[in-house]
Design a protein around this ligand. Sequence first.
Ligand code: HEC
Length: 164
Amino acid sequence: MMKRNTWILAMFYALLFGFVITSCGDDDDDDDVEFVADAATFADFTSWTVQATETGVDPSGALGPAHNGEAENSVRTIYVKDGLNMSDGSYRNGTVIVKHTSNEPGDVNSYQAMVKRGNGFNTDDNDWEWFKLNADGTIIERGTNIGACAGCHSASTRDYVFTE
Ligand code: HEC
């Protein structure tokens, strides 16, 4: 038969274990809410915070021709909606980032976005959804696997986002 002390110790660890599991679950509650973007999500993105403006050839060379990163006259403006908040190495669900690239060949503007959708939407790429947009923020294309976005952005050390 087990000694009384051993039982008390066993109970103690059982309670502690239960507590740790429960508190982890509580922390994750917000992260479980899926954020599904629609056209309204991107409306008026030009009024959001400008997180960065990159001009000319990408100094890191990581861009290659993507986002017109090899052109001297390229201007890449990055807009963030409601801030960039990271916890445990991931951006919160509902993180929305839009990138406007100007002077693409033929003097074209392009608009691309990444949205942290969450809830196991895209487990291969940390639940990001990728977008191509019109200038007014309406959606041209969306998905987990468009335009090689994820493959390139996975090289970032900050949850698929390069801009700090
Ligand atoms: C060849 C690599 C590459 C590909 C392909 C690529 N990106 Fe990027 N992207 C980058 C780099 C590097 C930056 C940051 C530097 C800059 O903006 O000049 C960036 C920046 C961004 C940003 C601003 C947030 C951030 O990470 O800094 C968004 C939004 C974005 N890209 C969306 C997309 C979407 C959507 C696609 C696919 C349709 C895509 N990207 C394809 C490399 C790439």
